[in-house]
Design a protein around this ligand. Structure first.
Ligand code: MCN
Length: 767
């Protein structure tokens, strides 16, 4: 097993001293620049489109439209999810154009692309494009999209409903509800949010006519997935697509997909014979990068006389935006289904999904990808039930946790949880948060004119099982005896260069600096998953360990030969092969250097494994304080205790939890993409009107861990990348509800903006 450490991240010095290499940093000689004409309205037919005046502008090299994309056969936008709805009806997958042809379906949808010598010239030329629209009514909510009179977004999606699906056992749930002593019901909604990674989206494409191949520099989460999606969309063979993936300034799930702009750039690079570069502006990002969350969930919980859970049913209204993305359906349908029971033993479950298209930016995975949403619904409902029954919120959870001896635990919707210790995790968190001493703090705050509340959430996640059936990792031995590790994952800030290298270095018994990680490198014939679903450590990370072990096995006969012994006479340890009972020794790196003349190096290895989901879980406790005069809330303290299995690097894991929690804080207190319901216009198109969290909103966070090693991979690691997001929404909302309930304010919905909170307090006081 790998030991734990808290080494600083090896990549940080390079990144914070400006030596990162982001997509926009690529400037191939002779590059042209692209700009996109985007729909300025939510729903309209394109009556006419005349790009000639733009083409005539000085400096413009080309203008491309949807017709060019269709002519090139770029028509199969990937959508990997296949769900079956009621009566065997498969999920509908309407076509998504690269550039809109007959219709625009959301504000920001690309309609044409101008390519010019500079981005400014291209931008100016957009104004010369003549386009005539016939406006159609727009729908930006699920309710409006499902209304009988609603406009149809896609001719082949009747009623804008792509999937009407149920899961679980409706009859068993009905029976349980019929005999329940108490039923609690709560409707919640997670706001639609804009992920807003620090680096705006960017892509550079050049076409190599001699090889009929494309070089693509793009922000992404991993090469294999990206290559497959580009190939699916364009029909171009995967081996003709050469990806150059380097640093990314964050992603949060948003960069796992191919986007229309990239395909349009490929068209242009080929036709014009010059590289084509596009860098999104932040405003463009708000209206064209996928959004996240946006689920409305109504939950009902049936309880017996002892407040034990008998059954639960959930109704999900899922807004997918104007088109399906590759990750949207899995995020919003599969993940909530998997986790509908949360950390509780609930004998019967039923879920009902309506998955709907609206005139808004397409929705995709966003850190947590449906897990924060279902945890939010479950955990708020459990708190609601506790309140209705007058039971302590920790106590109702304790009575219903899946017991430690019940694992592996098969949930009513078919997921199989690995071992966890929910009660022990919660106890640790409650202790760290001084839950028992809260009423005193509430009273102290009240004396100072402030309203204080505390909330908890106890959650579980299923990390990504993997789009590709196996993860491969290669280790190549360099002439100087150093080791280069290749994987198909791609760090967007998670610190793989530190942790993966550490895993290998530890196994090989060499200092971490002797091992370098290179991810998603073109030309390495590896298959495996991208970085997403918090699966990289358990997936590629654990295969790093297998590869290192394999390298030692492979090197053993070579070491024996060098020592003039039989392999059975030597052992490996602390970076060297040693004669058993003798004094002959050869260092692994010395052996590596001695054999450097052989090509390929005889110690090079490739290892692979099939790694499914792991089941991280945790308990977060948030304490909030509200200023009733302004409605401004602050997080007075925050405790996160997570079971991430064996932790490889504590500093990184703590950073991951911090980052995720702050995203939750952002969403709970301000972040929300808003559209005008009548016109479908995007109202939050910049940081002027979209509230990102500021550093001061969260003080003094305590991160603890309660590791229950996973048996599902050789490191014992579970994921952690999304834990902060998954647990924080409900912990914070429950804390706000706890603060406001004594005033007679029952349930508010996120975001808890100062104005919403202030008005609620004023209305309550007026009563
Ligand atoms: N780790 C560890 N011990 C464990 C588990 C993980 O030391 N038991 C370390 C890993 O080695 C890795 C990091 O923690 O360096 C996260 O590992 P893991 O949970 O396996 O998650 P991934 O590396 O697969 O990252 C994906 C996850 C997701 S899905 C999103 S979205 C996300 C996130 O991570 N986006 C991020 N964290 C992010 N962090 C930053 N800075 N930027 C993003 O865009």
């Amino acid at each position: 097993m790998t030991d734990t450490h808290a080494a600083n991240r090896r990549e940080d010095l390079r990144l914070i001293t400006g030596r990162g290499r982001y997509s926009a940093d690529w400037n191939p000689p002779g590059a042209l620049h692209a700009c996109f004409l985007r729909a300025d309205r939510a729903h309209a037919e394109i009556v006419s489109l005349n790009v000639k005046p733009a083409l005539a502008q000085r400096g413009v090299a080309g203008v491309f439209t949807g017709a060019d994309a269709i002519a090139a056969g770029y028509t199969r936008f990937p959508s990997f999810a296949n769900y079956t709805g009621r009566n065997g009806q498969p999920m509908l997958k309407p076509d998504r154009p690269v550039l809109a042809t007959d219709k625009v379906r959301f504000v920001g949808e690309p309609v044409a692309m101008v390519v010019a010598g500079s981005a400014l010239v291209a931008q100016d030329a957009l104004d010369a494009i003549e386009i005539e629209y016939r406006d159609l009514p727009a729908v930006v909510t699920v309710e409006d999209a499902l209304a009988k009179s609603a406009p149809q977004l896609h001719a082949d999606v009747p009623g804008n409903l792509v999937l009407d699906m149920e899961t679980g056992d409706a009859a068993a749930v009905d029976q349980a509800f019929a005999k329940a002593a108490h039923v609690s019901r709560l409707k919640v909604a997670t706001s639609r949010v804009a992920p807003n990674p620090m680096e705006p989206r960017a892509c550079v494409v050049s076409y190599d006519a001699a090889a009929d191949a494309y070089d693509i520099y793009v922000c992404s989460q991993g090469i294999v997935m990206m290559r497959k999606q580009f190939a699916t969309l364009t029909g171009i063979a995967e081996e003709k697509l050469r990806f150059h993936l380097h640093d990314i300034g964050g992603s949060f799930g948003q960069r796992s997909a191919v986007y229309p702009e990239y395909a349009a750039q490929m068209l242009a690079a080929r036709k014009l014979g010059r590289p084509v570069k596009w860098v999104s502006s932040r405003s463009e990002g708000f209206m064209s990068d996928s959004h996240g969350r946006g689920l409305e969930i109504t939950g009902e919980l049936a309880l017996d006389r002892d407040a034990k859970f008998l059954a639960a049913r959930y109704h999900f209204d899922v807004d997918m935006g104007a088109h399906l993305t590759p990750t949207g359906p899995a995020s919003h349908v599969r993940n909530p289904t998997t986790l509908m029971t949360g950390v509780y033993r609930i004998p019967a479950l039923h879920g009902n999904f309506r998955v709907v298209l609206t005139n808004t930016v397409p929705i995709a995975a966003y850190r947590g990808a449906g897990r924060p949403d279902i945890a939010y619904a479950v955990e708020r409902l459990v708190d609601h039930a506790a309140d209705e029954l007058g039971i302590d919120r920790a106590e109702i959870r304790r009575r219903n946790f899946i017991a430690p001896d019940a694992f592996p635990y098969k949930t009513p919707t078919g997921a199989v949880y690995e071992r966890a210790e929910f009660a022990a995790v919660m106890d640790q968190a409650l202790k760290a948060a001084n839950w028992a001493g809260f009423e005193q703090r509430r009273a102290d705050a009240s004396r100072q004119g402030r309203i204080r509340g505390i909330g908890l959430s106890t959650i579980i996640e299923a990390t990504g099982a993997g789009m590709f059936p196996k993860d491969q990792v290669a280790i190549e031995v360099e002439a100087d005896g150093k080791f280069t590790v290749y994987a198909t994952s791609l760090s967007q800030g998670q610190g793989h260069a530190t942790t993966f290298a550490h895993v290998v270095a530890q196994a090989l018994g060499v200092p971490d600096e002797e091992v370098e990680l290179r991810e998603s490198v073109h030309g390495k014939d590896l298959t495996g998953n991208h970085t997403g679903g918090s699966r990289s450590m358990a997936g590629a990370g654990s295969v790093c360990r297998l590869a290192a072990d394999k390298l030692i096995e492979q090197a053993k006969p070579l070491a024996a030969e060098a020592l003039e012994l039989e392999p059975s006479q030597i052992d490996f340890g602390d970076g060297a092969f040693r004669q058993r009972g003798g004094d002959k020794v050869i260092l692994l790196q010395e052996l590596a250097r001695n054999l450097a003349g052989r090509k390929p190096h005889p110690m090079n290895v490739m290892a692979e494994a099939t790694v499914g989901s792991t089941w991280p879980n945790g308990c977060h406790v948030a304490e909030v304080e509200i200023d009733p005069d302004t409605g401004v809330s602050r997080v007075a303290s925050y405790v996160a205790v997570d079971d991430s299995g064996v932790v490889i690097n504590h500093a990184i894991v703590e950073g991951q939890v911090h980052g995720g929690v702050v995203q939750g804080v952002g969403q709970i207190f301000g972040e929300q993409v808003m559209y005008d319901r009548a016109s479908g216009q995007l109202l939050t198109g910049s940081f002027m009107d979209y509230t990102m969290p500021r550093a001061g909103i969260l003080h003094g966070m305590h991160v603890g861990d309660h590791p229950v090693p996973s048996k599902l991979n050789c490191l014992g690691a579970k994921g952690v990348g999304e834990s902060g997001c998954t647990a924080s929404l409900s912990a914070l909302a429950n804390a706000m509800t706890d603060a406001l309930r004594p005033l007679g304010i029952a349930e508010l919905e996120m975001p808890f903006t100062p104005s919403k909170v202030w008005h609620a307090i004023r209305n309550a006081q007026a009563k």
